[in-house]
Design a protein around this ligand. Structure first.
Ligand code: GLY
Length: 334
Protein backbone atom coordinates (compact mmCIF):
# COMPACT_ATOMS: atom_id res chain seq x y z
CA UNK A 1 0.00 0.00 0.00
CA UNK A 2 1.35 3.44 -0.90
CA UNK A 3 0.54 5.98 1.80
CA UNK A 4 0.52 9.66 0.87
CA UNK A 5 -0.70 12.85 2.50
CA UNK A 6 -2.43 15.99 1.32
CA UNK A 7 -0.65 18.46 3.62
CA UNK A 8 -3.12 21.16 4.69
CA UNK A 9 -2.08 21.88 8.29
CA UNK A 10 -4.89 20.84 10.65
CA UNK A 11 -6.94 19.59 7.68
CA UNK A 12 -4.20 17.30 6.32
CA UNK A 13 -5.40 13.86 5.32
CA UNK A 14 -4.03 10.52 4.20
CA UNK A 15 -4.48 9.01 0.74
CA UNK A 16 -3.92 5.26 0.55
CA UNK A 17 -3.28 3.80 -2.89
CA UNK A 18 -3.21 0.08 -3.64
CA UNK A 19 -5.18 -3.12 -4.05
CA UNK A 20 -7.54 -3.58 -1.11
CA UNK A 21 -7.28 0.01 0.18
CA UNK A 22 -11.05 0.02 0.82
CA UNK A 23 -10.52 -2.47 3.64
CA UNK A 24 -8.61 0.21 5.57
CA UNK A 25 -11.79 2.26 6.05
CA UNK A 26 -12.21 1.63 9.78
CA UNK A 27 -8.74 2.92 10.58
CA UNK A 28 -9.25 6.22 8.73
CA UNK A 29 -12.74 6.99 10.07
CA UNK A 30 -12.78 10.17 12.15
CA UNK A 31 -12.32 9.41 15.84
CA UNK A 32 -15.65 9.11 17.61
CA UNK A 33 -17.82 8.62 14.50
CA UNK A 34 -20.71 6.44 15.61
CA UNK A 35 -22.47 6.09 12.29
CA UNK A 36 -21.52 6.14 8.64
CA UNK A 37 -23.79 7.10 5.74
CA UNK A 38 -22.45 5.27 2.68
CA UNK A 39 -23.38 7.23 -0.44
CA UNK A 40 -23.04 5.28 -3.67
CA UNK A 41 -24.80 4.34 -6.93
CA UNK A 42 -26.53 1.04 -7.66
CA UNK A 43 -24.16 0.38 -10.57
CA UNK A 44 -21.13 0.54 -8.24
CA UNK A 45 -20.58 -3.03 -7.21
CA UNK A 46 -18.22 -2.30 -4.32
CA UNK A 47 -19.19 -2.69 -0.67
CA UNK A 48 -17.30 -1.14 2.21
CA UNK A 49 -17.43 -2.04 5.87
CA UNK A 50 -17.08 1.07 8.07
CA UNK A 51 -17.08 -1.11 11.20
CA UNK A 52 -19.70 1.14 12.83
CA UNK A 53 -23.45 1.33 12.35
CA UNK A 54 -24.02 2.28 8.72
CA UNK A 55 -26.66 2.67 6.07
CA UNK A 56 -26.39 2.75 2.28
CA UNK A 57 -27.90 5.67 0.34
CA UNK A 58 -27.97 5.31 -3.44
CA UNK A 59 -28.21 8.17 -5.91
CA UNK A 60 -29.19 7.85 -9.58
CA UNK A 61 -26.70 6.42 -12.04
CA UNK A 62 -24.60 8.58 -14.34
CA UNK A 63 -23.85 12.30 -14.55
CA UNK A 64 -27.61 13.06 -14.62
CA UNK A 65 -27.69 12.45 -10.85
CA UNK A 66 -25.33 15.35 -10.25
CA UNK A 67 -27.85 18.08 -9.52
CA UNK A 68 -29.30 19.99 -6.57
CA UNK A 69 -32.37 17.74 -6.38
CA UNK A 70 -30.11 14.81 -5.47
CA UNK A 71 -28.45 16.92 -2.77
CA UNK A 72 -31.83 17.80 -1.25
CA UNK A 73 -33.02 14.17 -1.37
CA UNK A 74 -29.84 12.96 0.32
CA UNK A 75 -29.89 15.64 3.01
CA UNK A 76 -33.50 14.76 3.81
CA UNK A 77 -32.66 11.04 3.98
CA UNK A 78 -29.71 11.79 6.29
CA UNK A 79 -31.90 13.98 8.51
CA UNK A 80 -34.56 11.27 8.73
CA UNK A 81 -31.90 8.76 9.69
CA UNK A 82 -30.56 11.23 12.26
CA UNK A 83 -26.99 11.62 11.01
CA UNK A 84 -25.12 14.18 13.12
CA UNK A 85 -21.99 16.26 12.71
CA UNK A 86 -20.20 13.72 14.88
CA UNK A 87 -20.82 11.00 12.30
CA UNK A 88 -19.31 10.49 8.86
CA UNK A 89 -20.26 10.20 5.20
CA UNK A 90 -18.43 7.66 3.07
CA UNK A 91 -18.67 8.27 -0.69
CA UNK A 92 -18.05 5.11 -2.72
CA UNK A 93 -17.99 5.50 -6.50
CA UNK A 94 -16.74 7.64 -9.35
CA UNK A 95 -16.51 11.39 -9.67
CA UNK A 96 -20.28 11.88 -9.61
CA UNK A 97 -20.56 10.14 -6.23
CA UNK A 98 -17.58 11.85 -4.62
CA UNK A 99 -18.61 15.27 -6.00
CA UNK A 100 -22.20 14.89 -4.75
CA UNK A 101 -21.26 13.09 -1.52
CA UNK A 102 -18.57 15.66 -0.81
CA UNK A 103 -20.98 18.53 -1.41
CA UNK A 104 -23.62 16.98 0.85
CA UNK A 105 -20.90 16.58 3.50
CA UNK A 106 -19.98 20.26 3.08
CA UNK A 107 -23.53 21.56 3.56
CA UNK A 108 -25.42 19.02 5.71
CA UNK A 109 -25.43 20.38 9.29
CA UNK A 110 -22.95 22.98 7.94
CA UNK A 111 -20.35 20.29 7.47
CA UNK A 112 -19.75 16.67 8.41
CA UNK A 113 -16.58 14.62 7.81
CA UNK A 114 -16.37 12.62 4.58
CA UNK A 115 -14.13 9.78 3.48
CA UNK A 116 -13.87 9.20 -0.26
CA UNK A 117 -13.47 5.73 -1.73
CA UNK A 118 -13.07 6.49 -5.46
CA UNK A 119 -13.68 3.40 -7.59
CA UNK A 120 -12.76 4.85 -10.98
CA UNK A 121 -9.37 5.85 -12.35
CA UNK A 122 -10.64 9.37 -12.92
CA UNK A 123 -11.79 9.59 -9.32
CA UNK A 124 -8.53 8.26 -7.95
CA UNK A 125 -6.20 10.57 -9.86
CA UNK A 126 -8.39 13.65 -9.76
CA UNK A 127 -11.99 14.03 -8.56
CA UNK A 128 -11.66 12.57 -5.05
CA UNK A 129 -8.46 14.44 -4.17
CA UNK A 130 -8.28 18.09 -3.24
CA UNK A 131 -11.68 18.99 -1.82
CA UNK A 132 -13.58 20.28 -4.85
CA UNK A 133 -17.21 19.21 -4.53
CA UNK A 134 -20.36 20.24 -6.33
CA UNK A 135 -23.19 19.65 -8.74
CA UNK A 136 -24.24 20.81 -12.19
CA UNK A 137 -26.85 23.38 -13.19
CA UNK A 138 -28.68 23.33 -16.53
CA UNK A 139 -26.46 26.35 -17.31
CA UNK A 140 -23.20 24.43 -16.89
CA UNK A 141 -21.17 21.80 -15.12
CA UNK A 142 -20.01 22.14 -11.48
CA UNK A 143 -21.49 25.63 -11.12
CA UNK A 144 -22.64 25.07 -7.52
CA UNK A 145 -20.20 23.63 -5.04
CA UNK A 146 -17.84 24.06 -2.12
CA UNK A 147 -14.27 23.34 -1.15
CA UNK A 148 -14.59 20.61 1.47
CA UNK A 149 -11.57 18.46 2.18
CA UNK A 150 -12.17 14.80 3.02
CA UNK A 151 -10.78 13.16 6.17
CA UNK A 152 -9.15 10.46 4.07
CA UNK A 153 -9.16 9.01 0.55
CA UNK A 154 -8.86 5.29 -0.18
CA UNK A 155 -7.81 4.63 -3.78
CA UNK A 156 -8.40 0.91 -4.09
CA UNK A 157 -6.78 -0.06 -7.37
CA UNK A 158 -8.54 -3.43 -7.26
CA UNK A 159 -11.73 -1.61 -8.24
CA UNK A 160 -10.13 -0.48 -11.50
CA UNK A 161 -9.95 -4.04 -12.82
CA UNK A 162 -13.71 -4.22 -13.39
CA UNK A 163 -14.24 -0.80 -14.98
CA UNK A 164 -15.83 -0.76 -18.43
CA UNK A 165 -12.96 -0.15 -20.91
CA UNK A 166 -14.27 3.28 -21.92
CA UNK A 167 -14.56 4.42 -18.32
CA UNK A 168 -11.00 3.29 -17.69
CA UNK A 169 -9.78 5.08 -20.81
CA UNK A 170 -11.54 8.22 -19.64
CA UNK A 171 -9.42 8.09 -16.48
CA UNK A 172 -6.32 7.76 -18.62
CA UNK A 173 -7.20 11.14 -20.15
CA UNK A 174 -6.88 12.79 -16.74
CA UNK A 175 -3.76 10.76 -16.10
CA UNK A 176 -2.15 11.91 -19.37
CA UNK A 177 -2.48 15.48 -18.11
CA UNK A 178 -0.05 14.74 -15.27
CA UNK A 179 2.64 13.72 -17.75
CA UNK A 180 2.87 17.42 -18.65
CA UNK A 181 2.56 18.73 -15.11
CA UNK A 182 5.75 17.11 -13.91
CA UNK A 183 5.23 13.36 -13.42
CA UNK A 184 8.18 11.79 -15.25
CA UNK A 185 7.92 8.48 -17.14
CA UNK A 186 4.24 8.18 -16.20
CA UNK A 187 3.29 5.75 -19.00
CA UNK A 188 6.04 3.35 -17.87
CA UNK A 189 4.94 3.09 -14.23
CA UNK A 190 2.93 0.15 -12.85
CA UNK A 191 -0.69 1.18 -12.21
CA UNK A 192 -0.47 1.64 -8.42
CA UNK A 193 2.63 3.77 -8.75
CA UNK A 194 1.15 5.76 -11.62
CA UNK A 195 -1.97 6.56 -9.57
CA UNK A 196 0.19 7.43 -6.56
CA UNK A 197 2.44 9.68 -8.66
CA UNK A 198 -0.60 11.63 -9.90
CA UNK A 199 -2.00 11.89 -6.37
CA UNK A 200 1.38 13.07 -5.07
CA UNK A 201 1.55 15.83 -7.65
CA UNK A 202 -2.05 16.88 -7.09
CA UNK A 203 -1.51 16.89 -3.31
CA UNK A 204 1.46 19.21 -3.76
CA UNK A 205 -0.50 21.59 -5.98
CA UNK A 206 -3.54 21.61 -3.67
CA UNK A 207 -1.33 22.20 -0.63
CA UNK A 208 0.16 25.28 -2.30
CA UNK A 209 -3.16 26.72 -3.54
CA UNK A 210 -6.17 25.04 -2.00
CA UNK A 211 -8.77 27.46 -3.37
CA UNK A 212 -7.40 27.97 -6.86
CA UNK A 213 -6.12 31.48 -6.42
CA UNK A 214 -3.36 30.68 -8.91
CA UNK A 215 -1.29 27.52 -9.28
CA UNK A 216 -4.15 25.05 -8.83
CA UNK A 217 -5.50 26.16 -12.20
CA UNK A 218 -2.76 24.04 -13.83
CA UNK A 219 -4.83 20.99 -12.88
CA UNK A 220 -7.26 22.20 -15.53
CA UNK A 221 -4.68 21.59 -18.26
CA UNK A 222 -6.57 20.42 -21.35
CA UNK A 223 -9.91 21.32 -19.81
CA UNK A 224 -10.85 24.54 -21.63
CA UNK A 225 -11.57 22.75 -24.89
CA UNK A 226 -12.78 19.67 -23.00
CA UNK A 227 -15.46 21.66 -21.16
CA UNK A 228 -16.54 23.33 -24.39
CA UNK A 229 -16.85 19.95 -26.13
CA UNK A 230 -18.80 18.58 -23.16
CA UNK A 231 -21.08 21.62 -23.07
CA UNK A 232 -21.79 21.10 -26.76
CA UNK A 233 -22.74 17.62 -25.61
CA UNK A 234 -23.49 16.15 -28.97
CA UNK A 235 -20.13 14.51 -29.42
CA UNK A 236 -20.60 11.61 -27.02
CA UNK A 237 -17.13 12.02 -25.54
CA UNK A 238 -16.29 10.91 -22.00
CA UNK A 239 -14.65 13.57 -19.84
CA UNK A 240 -11.14 12.09 -20.07
CA UNK A 241 -11.45 11.63 -23.84
CA UNK A 242 -12.38 15.30 -24.16
CA UNK A 243 -9.41 16.21 -21.92
CA UNK A 244 -7.08 14.19 -24.16
CA UNK A 245 -8.18 16.19 -27.22
CA UNK A 246 -7.90 19.32 -25.08
CA UNK A 247 -4.28 18.55 -24.20
CA UNK A 248 -3.30 18.34 -27.86
CA UNK A 249 -5.29 21.49 -28.61
CA UNK A 250 -3.60 23.37 -25.75
CA UNK A 251 -0.23 22.32 -27.19
CA UNK A 252 -1.24 23.64 -30.63
CA UNK A 253 -2.29 26.96 -29.06
CA UNK A 254 0.96 27.18 -27.04
CA UNK A 255 3.00 26.46 -30.17
CA UNK A 256 1.25 29.26 -32.10
CA UNK A 257 2.06 31.63 -29.24
CA UNK A 258 5.75 30.63 -29.42
CA UNK A 259 5.64 29.08 -25.95
CA UNK A 260 6.63 25.57 -27.07
CA UNK A 261 8.09 24.08 -30.25
CA UNK A 262 6.81 21.43 -32.65
CA UNK A 263 8.68 18.66 -30.82
CA UNK A 264 6.77 19.38 -27.64
CA UNK A 265 3.47 19.35 -29.57
CA UNK A 266 4.50 15.97 -31.00
CA UNK A 267 5.20 14.77 -27.45
CA UNK A 268 1.63 15.67 -26.49
CA UNK A 269 0.32 13.67 -29.42
CA UNK A 270 2.62 10.75 -28.52
CA UNK A 271 1.48 10.56 -24.89
CA UNK A 272 -2.21 10.82 -25.84
CA UNK A 273 -1.81 8.18 -28.58
CA UNK A 274 0.14 5.95 -26.16
CA UNK A 275 -2.92 5.84 -23.92
CA UNK A 276 -5.06 5.02 -26.97
CA UNK A 277 -7.02 8.24 -26.46
CA UNK A 278 -8.59 10.42 -29.15
CA UNK A 279 -6.66 13.51 -30.24
CA UNK A 280 -8.89 14.93 -32.98
CA UNK A 281 -11.87 17.21 -32.58
CA UNK A 282 -15.13 15.75 -33.94
CA UNK A 283 -15.47 16.20 -37.72
CA UNK A 284 -18.73 18.17 -37.44
CA UNK A 285 -17.36 20.56 -34.81
CA UNK A 286 -18.75 24.09 -34.99
CA UNK A 287 -15.44 25.86 -34.31
CA UNK A 288 -16.91 29.38 -33.92
CA UNK A 289 -19.36 28.13 -31.31
CA UNK A 290 -16.67 26.24 -29.42
CA UNK A 291 -14.44 29.34 -29.27
CA UNK A 292 -17.45 31.31 -27.96
CA UNK A 293 -17.79 28.75 -25.17
CA UNK A 294 -14.17 29.22 -24.03
CA UNK A 295 -14.99 32.52 -22.36
CA UNK A 296 -17.66 30.85 -20.20
CA UNK A 297 -15.08 28.63 -18.52
CA UNK A 298 -14.86 29.09 -14.73
CA UNK A 299 -11.11 29.79 -14.94
CA UNK A 300 -11.80 32.77 -17.14
CA UNK A 301 -11.67 35.88 -14.99
CA UNK A 302 -11.72 38.16 -18.02
CA UNK A 303 -11.75 37.05 -21.65
CA UNK A 304 -10.35 33.60 -22.33
CA UNK A 305 -7.79 32.11 -19.96
CA UNK A 306 -6.03 29.00 -21.15
CA UNK A 307 -3.69 26.75 -19.23
CA UNK A 308 -0.68 26.43 -21.48
CA UNK A 309 2.70 24.75 -21.53
CA UNK A 310 5.82 26.87 -21.83
CA UNK A 311 9.37 27.40 -20.67
CA UNK A 312 8.25 27.88 -17.06
CA UNK A 313 6.02 24.80 -17.27
CA UNK A 314 2.23 24.77 -17.45
CA UNK A 315 0.53 28.01 -16.31
CA UNK A 316 -2.65 30.07 -16.87
CA UNK A 317 -2.32 32.45 -19.83
CA UNK A 318 -4.89 34.99 -21.12
CA UNK A 319 -5.44 34.54 -24.86
CA UNK A 320 -7.42 37.09 -26.87
CA UNK A 321 -6.50 36.08 -30.42
CA UNK A 322 -9.65 34.47 -31.82
CA UNK A 323 -8.06 33.70 -35.20
CA UNK A 324 -5.22 31.84 -33.46
CA UNK A 325 -7.69 29.79 -31.40
CA UNK A 326 -9.64 28.89 -34.55
CA UNK A 327 -6.46 28.01 -36.44
CA UNK A 328 -5.31 25.71 -33.63
CA UNK A 329 -8.69 23.98 -33.76
CA UNK A 330 -8.23 23.34 -37.49
CA UNK A 331 -4.88 21.66 -36.65
CA UNK A 332 -6.81 19.25 -34.42
CA UNK A 333 -9.19 18.04 -37.11
CA UNK A 334 -8.59 14.42 -38.13
N1 GLY B 1 -9.90 18.88 -11.01
C1 GLY B 1 -9.14 20.04 -10.83
C2 GLY B 1 -8.91 20.40 -9.39
O1 GLY B 1 -9.19 19.61 -8.52
O2 GLY B 1 -8.48 21.48 -9.13
Amino acid sequence: MIELEVPLADRSYPVLVGAGARHRLLEVLPVGARRAAVITQSAIGWEVDPGVEHRRFTIGDGEDAKHLGTVEDLCRDLAQWGLTRGDVIVAVGGGVVTDVGGFVAAVYHRGVPVVHVPTTLLGQVDAAIGGKTGVNLPEGKNLVGAFWQPSAVLCDTETLGTLPPREYRSGLGEMAKYAFLGVDDLPDLPLDEAVAACVRLKADVVASDEREGGRRAILNYGHTLAHALETEGAYGLRHGEAVAIGLVYAAEVACRLGRIDGDRVAEHRRVVAGYDLPMHVPGDLDAERVVDLFSRDKKAVAGVTFVLDGRRGVEPVPVDDRALLLDALEACRG
